[in-house]
Ligand binder design. Structure first.
Ligand code: B1M
Length: 211
């Protein structure tokens, strides 16, 4: 088995510490950071995303894989920056104001990173204006809002309004998700995209960044 295949499998098993060592070993063997990303880390996360979507694996396994992914990307990040590899796009993400649930949001962030997007994580309890100011300051293509409470989902409408008020609505896409969110709700508040799960959110974000 090649080292890239081994890295791919190690990530899927969520073995974070071993990942760090193996990715470093691949770099030491002269494999380019970009190849490690595109031929090992991203395919592994795609497998994780698909399995999660199909209920073949569950939150603990995804979180372990996410940790391993983060370990791997931490090792190659300086090399990618040095070789001038461009991120596929830049997005900001947060759980809306009043809402402290972050497990789903963290999974979405991890899947976005797994697709090669640069992600600014604003955390939880994020006011609408903070999403918008972050998008403006960092030239984000997408604002990603997560909500788990029916009492906080309306903050997403505030994000759409704040983006309009700041004059950036035509420059930034707004993606929404979380257990109480539906396609219909997304349309009703004038957001651009609803994703039901983390893998779909990442696929859509890549498409939105390209488009
Ligand atoms: Co809370 N909670 N909780 N909770 N909690 C729910 C959401 C609830 C449904 C439980 C229930 O009553 N059955 C209920 C909401 C009811 C409602 O609004 N109708 C509820 C409540 C009421 C509360 C409190 C008010 C309880 C209280 O204090 N009385 C309180 C609120 C605190 C606050 O936020 N202000 C509260 C607190 C908590 C804990 C702190 C204990 C904990 C959160 C820990 C944490 O996140 N760090 C917690 C938890 C764990 C849950 C449940 C059990 C699990 C949520 C979760 O993590 N799911 C939840 C019940 C449930 O959902 N069954 C519940 C796993 C996660 C992977 O799924 O977040 O849906 P999810 O994310 C998915 C998709 O939704 C999607 O992708 C993810 C992965 O596929 N997705 C996106 C999410 N964001 C997305 C964004 C996208 C796209 C897709 O694009 C941008």
């Amino acid at each position: 088995m090649s080292i890239l295949q081994e890295i791919c499998e190690t990530l899927q098993k969520g073995r974070a510490k071993l990942m760090k060592e193996m990715v470093q070993k691949a770099l030491d063997e002269g494999i380019a950071a970009q190849d490690i990303l595109t031929d090992a880390l991203l395919p592994a996360m795609s497998v994780i995303g698909e399995k999660f979507k199909n209920n073949e694996i569950f939150v603990p396994e995804v979180l372990m894989a996410a940790r391993a992914m983060n370990m791997g990307t931490d090792v190659i990040k300086p090399h990618l920056a040095a070789s001038g590899v461009q991120a596929a796009g830049r997005v900001c993400i947060g759980t809306v104001q009043g809402d402290l649930h972050d497990i789903g949001k963290n999974l979405v962030r991890m899947m976005l990173e797994g697709k090669g997007l640069e992600v600014i994580d604003l955390g939880t309890d994020v006011p609408a204006e903070k999403f918008v100011s972050c998008a403006m300051e960092n030239d984000c293509q997408i604002i990603c809002c997560s909500a788990l409470l029916t009492t906080t989902m309306d903050v997403m409408a505030d994000v759409v309004r704040a983006a309009k008020a700041a004059g950036i609505r035509d420059k930034v896409k707004i993606m929404v998700g979380g257990a109480p969110i539906t396609e219909e709700f997304c349309r009703s508040i004038g957001a651009d995209f609803y994703a039901a799960d983390a893998a779909s959110a990442a696929d859509a974000a890549v498409a939105l960044c390209k488009g």
